[in-house]
Design a protein around this ligand. Structure first.
Ligand SMILES: [Zn+2]
Length: 86
């Protein structure tokens, strides 16, 4: 398999730089906002975010976890899910 495919250099989403989860989240958020969604219900999947289970989260105002704003499933090590609210 050859690297350096000229068609593989279109954009950042083509490369795996360890931020895949964040990018997938951005895409999901964009589609949801375009569809008129105000936010989502946090469905906890990992122990670290257990306290956020069932909480409504506006797309533009994520909760702080350890002082850092974070969305459900945004990080690679987070298995939480979003239940999109319209
Ligand atoms: Zn989580």
């Amino acid at each position: 398999m050859q690297r350096g495919d000229p068609f593989a250099s279109r954009g950042a989403e083509e490369r795996d730089d360890g931020r895949g989860a964040e990018k997938r989240f951005e895409v999901k958020k964009r589609y949801a906002v375009e569809a008129g969604s105000m936010g989502y219900i946090w469905r906890s999947g990992c122990p670290r975010h257990k306290s956020l289970e069932g909480r409504f989260v506006p797309w533009n105002n994520p909760p702080l976890v350890d002082g850092v704003p974070v969305h459900a499933g945004e990080r690679a090590d987070c298995t939480c899910r979003t239940e999109i609210v319209h």
